[in-house]
Ligand binder design. Structure first.
Ligand code: ZN
Length: 309
């Protein structure tokens, strides 16, 4: 867009130059046309050069700053970063910790429906593990990033995931979205939690439209129910503790007993509104206002925390 406007401006400048030069020539002694065309060429050449130097450099600098702002520098996106393979840590020799605390407070549910049609666990019928949960989703439903992060791969696997996306997140988790009908992102794109990344579908080894969703830590497929409370559209806790011995187990306690204090906070992000936050935490704008001692018209600022429970 920026480049287009630079060239648009340039062509107007050129047209104006041509016009004014023609006018001048009629008021002066006649000269051979070739003299003029040489003069014009010189003029245009020097002008296009100036435009190039100033505008394009500015645009490029602006664009690079934008990109830096969006993507935080982190080792998480360089270690075992490959655009192929479901488990990039396998065979890397990097030790998997027995226990790891993972911040899952800044999440978004992966699709509109939170109805699980097939759970995580061993499937006797197929003699293999089902390493994620299947969520009911019609073809074309928006699939969203569960956390902030970077797209590691987009791929097609006819006998497995169909069209699928793998994301890596700053919190160390990777999430997998399978049986998609369309990608909305490409590898190495950086997206925020809740950003659309694909459309759901029925591709690969799938017996009906749904979203296959996996949560992994360094290759270990964690039961997504241990992190997400699909029924209530939230996470069970702000911090999920990965434990090598119990990562397959799910949690089953009610959302009200999440934190010991009973309080829960939401970190405000750009584009948030009180009503949007209320919907997300299954509460009302009035309750949010009362909890935080603010009015309905209060300006909420990105980066600050708002108590939601
Ligand atoms: Zn599945």
């Amino acid at each position: 867009m920026k480049f287009k406007s630079v060239f648009g401006y340039l062509s107007i400048a050129l047209a104006f130059t041509a016009l004014s030069s023609t006018t001048t020539s009629t008021a002066q002694n006649l000269q051979a046309a070739s003299n003029y065309s040489q003069a014009h060429e010189d003029l245009l050449a020097s002008q296009s050069h100036i435009q190039d130097q100033i505008k394009v450099d500015e645009v490029e600098e602006f664009a690079s700053r934008l990109y830096e702002d969006l993507e935080p520098e982190s080792d998480i996106f360089s270690i075992c970063w490959i655009n192929d393979g479901v488990d990039p840590y396998a065979g890397s020799g990097i030790p998997i910790p027995d226990k790891q605390e993972i911040d899952v407070s800044d999440y978004h549910m992966p699709c509109t429906s939170n109805l699980i049609t097939s759970n995580y666990g061993y499937r006797r019928r197929f003699g293999r593990m089902h390493k994620g949960v299947d969520l009911r989703a019609p073809i074309g439903d928006t699939v969203r990033a569960a956390f902030d992060g970077k797209i590691r791969l987009t791929k097609y696997e006819r006998r497995g995931y169909g069209y699928y996306v793998i994301m890596r997140h700053e919190n160390g988790l990777e999430t997998i979205y399978g049986h998609l009908s369309r990608f909305l992102v490409k590898p190495n794109d950086y997206v925020k939690a809740g950003d659309p990344i694909a459309l759901s579908g029925n591709t690969g080894r799938s017996t009906g439209p749904h979203l296959h969703f996996e949560t992994r830590f360094m290759g270990y497929a964690i039961n997504p129910n241990a992190i997400f409370d699909f029924k209530n559209g939230t996470t069970h806790t702000d911090v999920y503790t990965f434990n090598k011995n119990s990562y397959k187990r799910s949690r089953n306690y009610a959302p009200a007993s999440y934190s010991s204090s009973g309080k829960k906070y939401h970190k405000i992000r750009r584009g948030d509104s009180l009503s949007k936050i209320a919907v997300r935490y299954h509460t009302t704008v009035s309750k949010l206002c009362a909890l935080n001692g603010i009015s309905r018209n209060a300006t909420i600022r990105a980066g600050r925390s708002l108590r939601v429970r």
